[in-house]
Design a protein. Structure first.
Length: 85
């Protein structure tokens, strides 16, 4: 299972999503990766910013867009629980 938060430095909604994911993941014992789309673009991976940069934050679950602009906590918890068994 791979959980990623696509974000941008200075984005208040991204900071809120990061805090929410940190709390949820700590409760469930899972981790997530926070990827700054601007830093990724500067490093050569422009695809993330091109695809998702206008609707950050974006949560990807196993590489598929799960939610954007905010964390859909009930849906995320249900989907994580299903994967955790």
């Amino acid at each position: 299972m791979e959980l990623q938060l696509l974000s941008r430095t200075g984005c208040s909604a991204c900071a809120t999503a990061h805090a929410e994911l940190t709390r949820i993941c700590a409760e469930l014992g899972v981790g997530f990766t926070d990827i700054d789309v601007d830093a990724a673009a500067e490093g050569g991976n422009r695809e993330l910013r091109a695809e998702y940069g206008d609707r950050l934050p974006v949560i990807l679950l196993d590489g598929v867009e799960h939610s954007y602009w905010e964390v859909d906590e009930p849906r995320l918890r249900a989907d994580l629980a299903a994967r955790l068994g």
